[in-house]
Design a protein around this ligand. Structure first.
Ligand code: FAD
Ligand code: FES
Ligand code: FES
Length: 498
């Protein structure tokens, strides 16, 4: 049975503990901050997680007891999701007597603001970097600010402001606030949440209670980071009568490993997975760098990215190539499903009533195996893929002995190119692509024309990504290595653009 015990939400808002009874479970944090609390510094630009004008800083205690801080988009966070966390808005960044915080002072000194609409979001993102120990190098700053859009200032002065923070000293009041916030977070253990307002929001803290709740209420919407669901509410105005959150079970927020597998459970977000898996899969690290923004990566989950069945999600093609297995659970029963069998048709996945995605098993790369993950999108940062390819090859003396190719953006579901995989066996990775492989690739997919790209473009991209991946396998270089090789050119280009 599900855990019981109704209570309100407890949060540390700008250093003050608050007990909140949300007007409805689908109230967003931004709506509550602006309309209820009259904290109007955080702005609503897009209401879909894209522009960063609503950025706030969320502090939480992780299951290992560590306190972490990250920027998040208040416009797509639902109020019940912040239970037990700390929230800092732009109103609480300056000092107690109105002294500017170093991140604000840097923006002033470097003329980082014009109309000012985006400025609270930039300041909040910089403050998230400040709290989480950013070293203020250019790549770190670009990652930190990729989810904040500015229409007027231009990014040069904002980046210069951020770079100047490397030498900034923390004021005493900032240190004191940090200490007080950390003590509050440490003193508050995560407890289950059961809200029943116009809509219900249930957040159990044990796997059994979660699994039972989902089986008992199969019509309730399973919710994780809400980086998809938030948009259903703010953009499609969908009314969802009941939510069950997978995010409060401590065991579900930790990646574990066996000799040959990484296990990624339902509560792990993209930022955590990026950090944990970067060494084992540098190719995924590079992909995650370009996945959405710091704000979305700190909330959206890896399992949510697979469970949503999106044909243009970034991780599914990579996980198809790596040969991932999904573990689906109904009450106590588990079944293991190869990831390719999960995607049945457009927006249709092999998930039974009352079943949920408990974890993803990702095989470790063995010697002789080569893996690439390459994303093509119109913008480098913060953009959905046009075509996404994941490629895994086993080579023996340069000859392909096994291959798995996963593509996104080429069909109604993320899909393996099985005919191409077969045609590649026996081919030397370093040799030009033979006609039979190209024919196989053309027959594996018939992609659509849409606003992102034409059918011909997608087909051409699928081929070019395969060529790139084969080249990387033949020469032992990852796509990230190649980008690193290009970085002096990119830096020169960026310098010229400023
Ligand atoms: C601004 C922005 C940029 C984005 N950029 C990218 C991008 O670059 N690449 C990309 O691939 N995606 C991108 N996304 C999409 C989204 O962030 C990801 O798909 C994310 O991983 C979804 O996870 P979530 O935890 O937020 O899911 P939620 O929104 O909570 O849920 C999404 C769906 O998955 C289901 N679900 C979640 N967890 C489970 C579970 N454990 N078991 C069963 N069902 C479950 C939910 O019921 C729902 O149907 C972007 C989104 C935004 C808002
Ligand atoms: S309002 Fe644009 S990201 Fe929230
Ligand atoms: S200063 Fe106007 S949008 Fe950034």
């Amino acid at each position: 049975m599900a855990e019981s015990g109704k209570r309100s939400i407890r949060v540390l808002l700008n250093g003050v503990e608050r007990d909140i009874t949300p007007p409805s479970a689908d109230t967003t944090l931004l709506q509550w901050l602006r309309q209820d609390q009259r904290l109007t510094g955080s702005k609503e630009g897009c209401a879909e997680g894209d522009c960063g004008a609503c950025t706030v800083v969320i502090g939480k205690k992780n299951s290992d007891g560590r306190i972490s801080h990250a920027a998040a988009n208040a416009c797509i966070l639902l109020l019940p999701m912040i239970d037990g966390l700390s929230v800092t808005t732009v109103e609480h960044i300056a000092g107690p007597n109105g002294e500017l915080h170093p991140v604000q002072d840097a923006m002033v000194q470097h003329h980082g603001s014009q109309c000012g609409f985006c400025t609270p979001g930039f300041v909040a993102s910089l403050f998230a970097g400040w709290r989480s120990g950013c070293a203020w190098t250019r790549p770190e700053i670009e990652n930190l600010l990729a989810g904040n859009l500015c229409r007027c200032t231009g990014y040069g002065p904002i980046v210069a402001a951020a770079m100047s923070l490397a030498d900034a000293k923390p004021p005493q009041w900032d240190q004191d606030r940090k200490t007080a916030e950390e003590s509050w977070l440490k003193a508050h253990d995560i407890t289950s949440l059961n809200l029943s307002s116009a809509e219900a929001f249930l957040a159990p803290t044990t796997i059994d209670a979660l699994s039972d709740a989902i089986a008992d209420q199969p019509q309730a919407q399973i919710i994780a980071g809400a980086t998809d669901i938030g948009l259903w509410i703010t953009k499609q105005f969908r009314k969802i009568p009941a939510f069950i959150s997978v995010m409060r079970v401590p065991e579900l927020s930790v990646i574990t490993e066996t000799d040959d597998t990484f296990i990624i459970p339902a509560g792990v977000n993209h930022a955590e997975a990026k950090e944990h898996l970067a060494e084992a899969y540098p190719q995924l690290d590079e992909l995650w760098r370009r996945f959405a923004s710091a704000q979305v990566r700190s909330t959206g989950t890896v399992c949510g990215n697979i469970a949503n069945g999106s044909p243009i999600g970034d991780l599914a093609p990579a996980f198809l190539a790596l040969g991932a297995t999904l573990v689906l659970q109904h009450r106590h029963d588990q079944r293991h499903l190869p990831i390719e069998d999960f995607f049945l048709d457009y927006q249709k996945q092999d998930r039974g009533e009352g079943e949920w995605l408990r974890e993803i098993h990702l095989p470790k790369l063995k010697t002789g195996a080569h893996f690439s993950a390459i994303k093509i999108s119109r913008r480098f940062d913060q953009d959905i893929s046009t075509v996404m390819g994941g490629f895994w090859f086993a080579l023996d003396a340069g000859v392909i002995t096994a291959a798995r190719l996963g593509y996104g953006g080429m069909a109604a579901i993320p899909k393996r190119a099985t005919k191409t995989e077969e045609a590649l066996i026996g081919h030397r990775a370093a040799d030009p692509l033979p006609q039979d492989v190209m024919d196989a690739l053309a027959s594996d997919f018939s992609p659509i024309d849409d606003m992102r790209a034409s059918q011909d473009y997608r087909q051409e991209m699928a081929k070019n990504l395969l060529l790139k991946a084969l080249d990387a396998a033949a020469h032992g270089k990852t796509h990230a290595d190649r980008l690193a090789g290009l970085s002096p050119l990119l830096d020169a280009h960026q310098g010229a653009a400023e």
